[in-house]
Design a protein. Structure first.
Length: 264
């Protein structure tokens, strides 16, 4: 049969079949009179087998080497190599999935603006605020696909007293959950961190147009909630970025603020 018939029979386009032939994976007979290649029923099965191997992401060069080998050990070695590559890809995909799930859960748990929730956090978190350390931690997270986010810190004990309409200075860094370090098989936690312990936290959504201070008006909802439920702020705060948008070409950071509280 000619290549057009083989293409219709297998559903594989003509250019791909020609590529396989040029790579030496298909060896049809050539008519010396007109130069046409004639494919047999055997070529159909060879072509199907090539497609099966390609579905497993085995390269054409590796398929060629497999076809040249009559030694089953060599074939196993080729397949072992591909299996290991797939295992690595699965591991990378699982890490990416974990990052998405972490972000999704934080956004899902975050109340709307001016609304407040009280939640219990079981997992501790590590926040980093030293500039040199932030760069190293960020590179570690990117290379190991560890979820991280903007973390902000300020002395939340001021919320236990009367608030004036003012701006409170904040520290800005990055934070990583303990479980995310574990999922990335990071045993030795990088030093110089501020630990955010498990416990009860008031959470709310805030907007920051800069990362240097926060308007006390944005903290009134959590202060009122704490007062109503007889809670005291311990001073521990952290955050998780939910999204960023722009206002007059300047970024606005939307953060889930989390402040630890205890019963009076």
């Amino acid at each position: 049969m000619l290549v057009n018939k083989l293409s219709k029979l297998t559903g594989i386009n003509i250019e791909t079949i020609r590529l396989y032939r040029n790579k030496g994976l298909l060896k049809p007979k050539k008519n010396p009179k007109n130069g046409y290649y004639h494919y047999s029923d055997k070529d159909v099965f060879v072509l199907n087998h090539i497609q099966l191997l390609r579905m497993q992401n085995i390269s054409l060069n590796d398929i060629y080497n497999i076809f040249q080998s009559s030694n089953s050990i060599e074939i196993q070695n080729h397949l072992d190599s591909q299996i290991n590559e797939i295992i690595k890809e699965i591991d990378q995909l699982n890490k990416k999935l974990n990052t998405l799930l972490t972000t999704y859960s934080h956004i899902k748990e975050t109340p709307q603006y001016k609304k407040v929730d009280l939640i219990h956090i079981n997992d501790k978190k590590y926040d980093y605020y030293e500039k040199k350390q932030i760069k190293n931690i960020k590179n570690l997270c990117i290379n190991s696909l560890i979820p991280f986010s903007i973390a902000i810190s300020f002395d939340a004990t001021i919320l236990n007293d009367d608030l004036n309409n003012s701006l409170i200075p904040i520290e800005t860094g990055i934070g990583i959950y303990n479980k995310d370090f574990k999922n990335a098989n990071i045993i030795n936690i990088p030093p110089n961190y501020t630990i955010i312990p498990s416990g009860n936290y008031i959470i709310t959504l805030i907007k920051l147009k800069n990362l240097k201070n926060i308007d006390t008006n944005q903290l009134l909802p959590i202060k009122e909630y704490a007062k109503k439920h007889q809670l005291l702020f311990t001073g521990v705060t952290t955050s998780f970025i939910t999204h960023i948008d722009y206002c007059k070409d300047k970024p606005v950071f939307h953060l889930r603020l989390r402040a630890q509280v205890i019963k009076k």
